[in-house]
Ligand binder design. Sequence first.
Ligand code: PMP
Length: 454
Amino acid sequence: PNGLSAADARAEAARAYELDRAHVFHSWSAQAEISPMTITASAGSYVWDGDGKRLLDFSSQMVNTNIGHQHPKVVEAIAAQAAKLCTVAPHHANDARSEAARLITTHTPAGLDKVFFTNGGADAVEHAVRMAKLHTGRPKVLSRYRSYHGGTDTAVALTGDPRRWATDSGTRGVVHFFGPFLYRSQFHAETQQQECERALAHLEQVVAMEGSGTIAAIILESVPGTAGIMVPPPGYLTGVREICDRHGIVFIADEVMAGFGRTGRWFAFEHGDVTPDLITFAKGVNSGYVPLGGVVINTAIAETFAHRAYPGGLTYSGHPLATAAAVATIRAMEDEQIVENAATIGAEVIGPGLRELADRHPSVGEVRGVGVFWAVELVADRATREPLAPYGSSSPAMTETIAACKSAGLLPFANYNRIHVVPPCTVTADEARAGLEILDRALDVADRHVTGER
Ligand code: PMP
């Protein structure tokens, strides 16, 4: 698909790999222990590796190519913007940025109509937290365990999963609480309703013990993503909203991964019927074709900075190429009913298909999700729910299962003891079924580790 002969494509990929190993320093990795897959081309739901092999991309790379790979309207918009105007300082106005901000806010609730652009998700979180602290004059931020908010200092401190451990500098003012997760309930709950009630009572206690007047914000992924795709029970988000309202706390919805169609709605908080005060976004806003993130700000918080300078900025805030890509992405998502497709595929193909796999495979503890946002949680023992890999690391069983997916032509998103099924929102029913068939066979590998039949 990239126009090269098979031999030339292989030679180019081999050179890319060699230079990568010589000069590229990779994220979250022991540099000498990795062997990155070379990606040479992509289209729609597929990517091609260095051997010219096609893989169904059930990772959407970093769960961001919601519109699929190389969408022609977005590629064209970037090229047209590049020909017209490549860069502009953040303090000037620009049509691509203005239109992107307008379009984004047509999909946010009334009262959230100002956008601060960043380069990605972590800096969106940094700025949302800074805005909340300055708006309230309070020092603390609460976030849940089993969450991810980014790799920069405050964002990683807010993160509630093992990626925080190695870099945690004990950032002042960060407090963690437990969110609802029935499969591994901290509250000894047996139903979603109990889990919801007890998780809210726990949060209320944390707020009381910390001193509600010291808490600037509660930040939550509306549906936690890399930490395990735990769709909150009905009533949880409205309960959090109510706690925030009662104590003057800013509610930040981190929609970096769940936003822009991933859950079958434009924003995942829509499932919970709540209106956040600040929304962080990135990834799906332009499907990652050019780096972009941001914060959508409500009127009250925007007012704080009406006659008081907002202390913060980025050289590339609202970069023309990135925002032109966002405009084209959002328009294509509207015109081609891509969000609706994500909802339908989740409800009709992926959800039922995964539940059926869970019934048949002893290694599957639970499947859960919504839209094109699903987690398959693998366990060594269904009765005890012991994970198939320890929290924060992998295991031979997981590594071999993921390798089986890849060798059969499926690229999944894997984290610890979970395989995430997160294809582009544009995935077709046939592609989704084909991916689940490969996953089905790969899970036999995990089963053999669990049952001891090797
Ligand atoms: N928040 C959430 C919910 C995320 O999933 C991520 C990225 N996975 C981030 C923040 C950080 O985004 P970025 O990697 O673009 O900094």
